[in-house]
Design a protein around this ligand. Structure first.
Ligand code: FES
Length: 73
């Protein structure tokens, strides 16, 4: 990794959200930018139960959902 480039990554958290790190901008389906915490990591819901979509609000902790990833090959 370059000294001038921040580490950019998306982590699929076990039984939880997608953790986005590195100042990645977020856009809706029409191309409108969705405000994110300036330069700080944020979490995107993947359980579908958040009241703050697309962001995680912790609802994944109380709903019954399967976070198993599809096999890759
Ligand atoms: S993943 Fe956290 S509320 Fe959906």
């Amino acid at each position: 990794m370059s000294d001038t480039m921040p580490e950019v990554k998306i982590v699929i958290r076990d039984d939880a959200s997608l953790r986005v790190d590195g100042g990645i901008p977020l856009f809706d389906h029409e191309g409108n930018e969705i405000p994110t915490p300036d330069g700080r990591p944020y979490s995107l819901c993947r359980c579908g139960q958040s009241e703050r979509k697309p962001f995680c609000d912790g609802s994944h902790k109380t709903c019954d959902w399967d976070s198993t990833l599809a096999p890759t090959s």
